[in-house]
Design a protein. Structure first.
Length: 175
C-alpha cells in the first residue's frame, strides 16, 4: 500500500527536519554527555606527580600525559619509589587536595562497577633504582571528570610500606 503525500520542495522538507531536530534537542532534559561528563575529544593533559608520604617517598616524583581522541592513552613515568616493587595507577575524579588524595577512581560509567573494563589501570614494577614507566591505550574515553592520577602500592604490607595509612604514594593534578 502506498500513501499519497503532497509534493514539497527539498528545501522545505530539510527545513522541517532541521526545525524538528532543534525543537527535540531543546526539549531534552539531560544531555547524554552531561550525564557522565563532557568528553574531552582530541585533548592532551599533563600532570606532575608528587609524593604523598614525606617520610617514606620524600624524593619520589613522576609525570603523566593523558591523550584523548577516540580512546584514551596514558603515559606514566616515576622515580624515587621503592625498588623492585609492584604499583598500580588509576585516573581519579578528585584533585590531590581531596581527602583522600585524588578522590575516587574515575569510571567511564559512574554508576557501573569498579573494574578494569570501567576504569583505566596502569600496572608497573619499579626497577632496582625505584624508577618505572608504563603506557596504556584504552578504548574508554576519559572525560572532564578526570582530575588527577594516583599511584598506589599494590602490597601495602610490603617491606618499607608497612607504616603507611594508605596505599596512595604519588598524586598529580592534570592541568
Amino acid at each position: 500500500m502506498s500513501l499519497a503525500l503532497p509534493r514539497m520542495s527539498t528545501r522545505v522538507a530539510l527545513a522541517g527536519v532541521s526545525l524538528t531536530a532543534l525543537v527535540a534537542a531543546g526539549c531534552s532534559s539531560v544531555d547524554s554527555a552531561d550525564a557522565a561528563g563532557d568528553t574531552a575529544q582530541d585533548q592532551t593533559r599533563e600532570a606532575v606527580l608528587k609524593s604523598l608520604d614525606a617520610e617514606m617517598n620524600a624524593g619520589a616524583s613522576g609525570e603523566a600525559v593523558v591523550t584523548v581522541d577516540d580512546g584514551t592513552g596514558v603515559e606514566l613515568a616515576v622515580s624515587g619509589l621503592m625498588p623492585e616493587t609492584d604499583y598500580t595507577s588509576h585516573l581519579h575524579d578528585g584533585t590531590c587536595k581531596t581527602d583522600p588524595p585524588g578522590g575516587g577512581h574515575w569510571m567511564a560509567d559512574p554508576e557501573g562497577e569498579m573494574s578494569e573494563s570501567n576504569e583505566i589501570h596502569l600496572h608497573f614494577t619499579t626497577d632496582a633504582d625505584g624508577s618505572g614507566s608504563v603506557t596504556v591505550a584504552s578504548d574508554l574515553v576519559a572525560d572532564d571528570r578526570v582530575k588527577a592520577i594516583v599511584v598506589h602500592v599494590v602490597e601495602l604490607e610490603s617491606e618499607g610500606h608497612d607504616h603507611m595509612a594508605s596505599d596512595r604514594v604519588l598524586c598529580g593534578d592534570f592541568d
